[in-house]
Design a protein around this ligand. Structure first.
Ligand code: ME8
Length: 648
């Protein structure tokens, strides 16, 4: 059986997992499932990157030892992947003893070959990136990523002769056009290789400065540079360099790597040259995606705009969330995340198109054929068109999936889904039923059921649980085997005539409005309050009104006759105020935090009497009682004038 091996970056444990991490991990899971569907022995690796300065700093901040700190966050990643039902085979941690051993084997191998040397180096070191920058790479003297001033450090270190492999790498990329994909990233890497002389890579850090790392096997005063250590995870996970049993390595290597554009250079330049130096086969493809943005900005903890994938998947449904991520990001480009976009995508593609198709067809089948699969009769041209369009879309879908173009693959698959909905309308089974054309009715329903089954299988990598639900409804659940897709596509009929199938159910309920995450809700209320206060302050300073505007106000004095709590709102009070009119007025006011109702009866107050009536939690308010407010302090405006006296 042929094999397939997909990896995610191993994530830093200095921050908690967010949507960006979840995206890469979900597409890795999707690819694994896709290749399993193709009949391959598919394997997926993910994990955490736990050494380096950044981690030590983050641990110090929380008053924890590095080990205690990394254990906690690494666990958060692994439990999130379990909650998101990611089917990974292995979760590697760079603090695993096997991994450490592999890194040392790799270092020793390259050292013995003469491609690691000891030298003095002075450079601009960014602690955020954990790397040296050359003068040329800095922007206005600042790190281009972190916009902070790097520290100039001069020290003796070990270097990997990366420059020696520059020409080889350039040629390799030219000879293998899809080695780095999409093309824009290949071009970016070629530009790095063509325009500059590659510098050798500093691969050590003196222990006097940093102890939290893997010791160099040839010098115990140094630890390994975190990127050299991290990249090796892709092979150490397969047992390379830490065990005599190389069967896993021989079966699964080379890998298909998935990363975002932030870590293009280490994966496209450091890693292949490291593999070449160690005489190991180069990975298959580097698949590079863009960023998920929130309101056009990259997610970051400091901006407070990180999206919590657990909340989103629980709220909108895991499969629907996966579908949105795969459909809305064109692999390679940035994409914007918003709940509005997600809801609109789910409602249009899943509720309207796919869900509707299933519920219509299954309910007709229940009504006309007592929930049994009807027989396929002679096929008309329209029937053949449905089969052809599904087969065609399936071929394209498979090809596009192999090219990691998930969005286009799904877009193409939705064409036959929409076509089937139109086919239902044009064939009008309800008319065939009325006219007693039962054989034709059976064929129409069977054409639909067979093609719905194919779609359900094809959707397995993207929406595993829904795929299974659809198959349960259709009375046939597939099991993975080598020829599954060949069989699926080479044959028109997969269901058994007379087999019982389900009644209609709502696979993808329509979503109504964005979710309010309790944390976000708190933040939104806080922001709204701050905005209101700021606007008030600004108005106080700047906004002048015309005298005519003031004259429009009808301010009157009145006596509170009744004061009580609003039956449906903690912050509101209900008043009846005598303004010298025929009847007292009902006024609802938000002052329950400051006054007890009983204390207010008999008080004289000032009321804005010409506001339009307004409903507040079910009770209509005919005016507003004026208060004076400063900071936390609030008091009622009073007057000794008689009821109904006008203030001017
Ligand atoms: O770089 N949009 O770890 P990291 C899309 N430890 N993907 C995003 C994203 C966003 N806004 N933010 C993060 C490291 N990602 C190293 C990797 S590998 C040998 C070492 C995803 O925690 C994306 O996959 O900073 C990106 O490449 C990765 O998280 C960076 O994770």
């Amino acid at each position: 059986m042929s094999s397939f091996y997909v990896t995610t970056p191993i994530y830093y444990v200095n921050a908690r997992p967010h949507l960006g991490h979840a995206y890469t991990t979900i597409i890795a899971d999707t690819l694994k499932r896709f290749y399993a569907l193709l009949g391959m022995d598919a394997r997926m690796l993910t994990g955490t990157d736990e050494h380096g300065d950044k981690i030590v700093k983050a641990a110090n901040k929380e008053n924890k030892s590095p080990k205690e700190f990394v254990d906690g966050i690494s666990h958060e990643f692994s439990t999130l992947w379990k909650d998101l039902k990611i089917d990974y085979d292995q979760f590697i941690r760079t603090t695993d003893p096997e991994h450490k051993k592999s890194v040392q084997t790799l270092l020793q191998k390259i050292y013995d070959k003469g491609d690691i040397y000891y030298g003095e180096y002075g450079g601009h070191y960014c602690f955020g990136c954990e790397r040296f920058y050359t003068e040329k790479e800095l922007e206005d003297g600042l790190c281009p990523q972190h916009k902070t001033k790097p520290e100039y450090i001069s020290e003796k270190n070990y270097f990997f002769k990366m420059s020696k492999y520059q020409e080889w790498l350039k040629q390799y990329i030219l000879d293998n056009p899809d080695f780095i994909r999409p093309e824009r990233y290949r071009n970016e890497v070629l530009a790095m290789l063509e325009g500059n002389v590659l510098e050798d890579l500093c691969i050590s850090r003196p222990k006097s400065r940093l102890e939290w790392g893997i010791e160099l096997p040839f010098d115990k005063d140094y630890v390994c540079y975190v990127w050299f250590d991290a990249l090796a995870n892709y092979i150490s996970a397969l047992g390379w360099g830490n065990s005599d049993d190389l069967s896993k390595f021989n079966t699964y290597w080379p890998a298909e790597h998935l990363v975002a554009k932030d870590i293009l250079k280490p994966h496209a330049i450091f890693w292949p040259t490291m593999l070449k130096a160690a005489d190991l086969p180069i990975y298959k493809h580097l698949n590079v995606h863009g960023y998920w943005l929130v309101k056009d900005t990259k997610m970051s903890k400091s901006l407070g705009n990180v999206v919590d994938p657990r909340f989103a998947s629980e709220h909108f449904g895991l499969d629907a969330f996966r579908y949105f991520l795969l459909r809305d990001m064109h692999f390679g480009s940035d994409a914007s995340y918003s709940e509005e976009a997600l809801i609109s995508r789910i409602n249009s593609d899943l509720a309207n198109d796919l869900g509707n198709l299933f519920s219509r067809v299954l309910s007709m089948n229940a009504k006309y054929f007592a929930k049994e699969v009807p027989a396929l009769g002679e096929l008309t041209e329209e029937d053949e068109q449905i089969f052809a369009s599904v087969d065609n879309a399936a071929q394209n879908y498979i090809q596009l999936f192999k090219e990691v173009r998930f969005s286009q693959a799904l877009e193409g698959l939705w064409e036959p889904i929409r076509l089937m909905n139109k086919y239902v309308d044009s064939q009008a089974p309800w008319t065939l039923f009325k006219e007693g054309k039962s054989e034709r009715l059976a064929t129409v329903i069977r054409v639909l059921l067979e093609n719905m089954y194919k779609i359900s299988v094809l959707l397995y990598p993207v929406m595993p649980e829904s795929s299974q639900k659809m198959q349960v409804q259709l009375g046939k659940v597939f099991s993975l085997h080598a020829k599954l897709l060949d069989d699926l596509l080479s044959c028109k009929v997969h269901l058994r005539t007379g087999a019982s199938i389900a009644e209609a159910s709502n696979l993808f309920p329509r979503l109504e409005k964005p979710a309010e995450n309790p944390e976000e809700k708190k933040q939104n209320t806080k922001n709204a309050k701050q905005k209101k206060t700021k606007a008030k302050e600004e108005n106080a300073d700047t906004a002048l009104i015309e005298f005519a505007d003031f004259q429009k106000l009808d301010l009157r004095v009145g006596t509170i006759l009744v004061a009580e709590l609003h039956p449906d709102a903690d912050k509101l009070l209900r008043f009846e105020v005598d303004l010298g009119e025929e009847k007292p007025r009902q006024i609802i006011s938000g002052i329950a935090e400051w006054y007890k109702p009983a204390d207010l009866v008999g008080h004289k107050v000032v009321v804005v009497a010409n506001l339009p009536p307004r409903k507040l939690r079910g009770l209509v308010s005919h005016g507003m009682i004026l208060t004076a407010e400063k900071g936390e302090h609030l008091s009622l405006l009073t007057s000794s004038a008689p009821n109904g006296a006008k203030i001017s």
